[in-house]
Design a protein around this ligand. Structure first.
Ligand code: FAD
Length: 457
């Protein structure tokens, strides 16, 4: 291992490891510094572990409804320890996969806490939670370019520390193998709703407290209305427009009110900030030449695939290419049951945006298609939800919003359509295999044009 590199990447989460791989592909000599586990929040404490848990609770729910399918099961029960062990094994396997990719791309993985002394000069020290063999503390590594990808950590309420006993962060709850009777969840955003979903299936009594007038900010209003009805049916209590009072906290309170960018270790750079995030331009360049920043550290949308893409763009720009990132077409999935998939503008956002342009938003067109009208949804027995397509007056697709089984996969087709500026008639005239969910997307596009076949226009 040398001490001189073309590029040092600080942080081995989705933003960092992808940046490192892309830079290495382009011929750079790269070092990746990580103080905890490769894969960062997404792989160890976020996307993958939550989905591994949701896979178990969804199956558990399905087994309990099996009589609807003519299958008799009795006394189904869930072994939480096994569920957590399964989740841990999945995570371990993928972390090893990332390690393998780094090796094959000849990236020097340095396990340690990085402190940037000045642009291109990083001091490594032993991490607090010392899990792997480490380099001697105080070692210096230097590089021509620096990519910062230090991610984010759970934010707490003023005056409350995550003690892991009464006040929990999402990190704490992922490894709990004892089920609380009651769980209060502070924050009705994506992460809060994910945990409400998991723990209500496990039999916990859930109350969600949201300070804003509505849960799931940024989600299409019609979807929110249906999701609230579904959550209510699962006995999840939702209290909106109310500031949570910690003094009245139950036996366990999960706080997921947002995440704070991790700026420890990069303070010496005195980078320009955008509130608590590091400021970057669309090339992912921070305010000092040769320094790039990506992922949750900078992002208006804290999502793993945003971090991946920003990582690629930072690496390519650091290697002399000219790429830019914008937030116009960022899909996302929420693993409620059924799922939510969304990309582009909501109907409300589209109408507001048109309004700013001088028009009143009446040119916006909307098409819908209910899952209940899809043959495959009837056959599978999952008919809840609908697909909504929003377009402008010229037929440009502005947004697609889906609630229903496989919505997180289905949204991929809509993402391709929006990214490549497809028009509604192009989506409407692309037919799909029968019986499948994409048929619903075609029908929702046909509905924008008032040419629906399987519903009355
Ligand atoms: P991180 O993943 O946070 O990685 C940063 C890494 O940098 C960490 O490993 C950290 O240890 C390391 N680091 C920090 N400082 C230093 C230092 N000084 N020296 C060395 N190493 C350092 N996103 C989705 O797209 N889909 C989902 O379904 C989804 N589900 C989520 C569920 C939960 C419960 C949570 C919490 C998040 C979820 N996310 C999801 C968000 C996603 O995890 C993040 O957007 C993503 O991990 C951000 O990647 P990153 O590389 O910017 O940061």
């Amino acid at each position: 291992m040398s001490d001189k590199y073309d590029i040092i990447v600080l942080g081995g989460g989705p933003g960092g490891y992808v940046a490192a791989i892309r830079a290495a592909q382009l011929g750079a000599k790269v070092a990746l510094i990580e103080k905890d586990k490769l894969g960062g929040t997404c792989l160890n404490r976020g996307c993958i572990p939550t989905k591994a848990l949701i896979a178990c609770t969804n199956l558990y729910d399905k087994i309990r409804q099996s009589e609807n399918y003519g299958i008799k099961t009795s006394n189904a029960s869930i072994d939480l320890k096994h569920v957590i062990d399964r989740k841990n094994k999945i995570v371990e396997k993928i972390v090893k996969g990332v390690e393998f990719l780094l090796q094959k791309n000849k990236i020097d993985f340095i396990y340690g806490t990085g402190k940037v002394l000045e642009p291109g000069k990083v001091e490594i020290s032993t991490p607090d939670s010392h899990k792997l063999p480490c380099l001697p503390a105080g070692r210096l590594v230097v590089s021509r370019k620096l990519i910062l990808a230090t991610g984010s950590s759970p934010a707490s309420l003023p005056g409350i520390n995550f003690d892991g006993i009464r006040f929990l962060s999402s990190d704490n709850l992922l490894d709990y193998n004892e089920l609380p009777e009651k769980l209060d969840i502070v924050g009705g955003g994506i992460i809060g709703i994910h945990f409400a979903q998991i723990y209500s299936s496990l039999g916990c009594e859930i109350t969600i407290y949201e300070a804003m007038p509505e849960i799931l900010p940024g989600i299409d209003e019609e979807i929110i209305t249906t999701v609230k009805r579904i959550l209510k049916r699962k006995n999840i209590n939702i209290i909106t427009g109310t500031i949570f009072d910690p003094k009245k906290a139950n036996e366990k309170t999960l706080i997921c009110i947002g995440r704070t960018p991790n700026t420890q270790g990069i303070e010496n750079l005195n980078l320009k900030m955008d509130r608590k995030s590091v400021f970057v331009n669309e090339k992912m360049e921070a305010s000092i030449p040769g320094v790039y920043a990506v992922g949750d550290l900078v992002s208006r949308k804290m999502l793993a695939h945003v971090a991946y893409e920003q990582g690629v763009i930072a690496a390519e720009n650091a290697m002399g290419l000219n790429r830019t990132f914008n937030y116009d077409c960022v899909p996302f999935g929420i693993y409620t049951s059924p799922e939510i998939g969304s990309v582009g503008l909501t109907e409300k956002e589209a109408r507001l945006r048109q309004g700013f342009g001088g028009q009143a938003g009446e040119n916006i067109k909307v098409g819908r298609f209910p899952f209940a009208a899809l043959g495959i949804a009837q056959a599978i027995g999952e008919i809840e939800g609908s697909i909504k397509v929003v377009s402008d007056g010229e037929g440009k697709i502005l947004g697609v919003h889906i609630l229903g089984l496989e919505a997180t996969t289905l949204i991929g087709i809509a993402t391709v359509a929006i990214k490549h500026n497809l028009k509604v008639d192009q989506l409407a005239e692309t037919f799909h295999a029968h019986p499948t969910y994409p048929e619903g997307l075609q029908e929702a596009a046909l509905n924008v044009l008032r040419r629906s076949i399987h519903i009355i226009n």
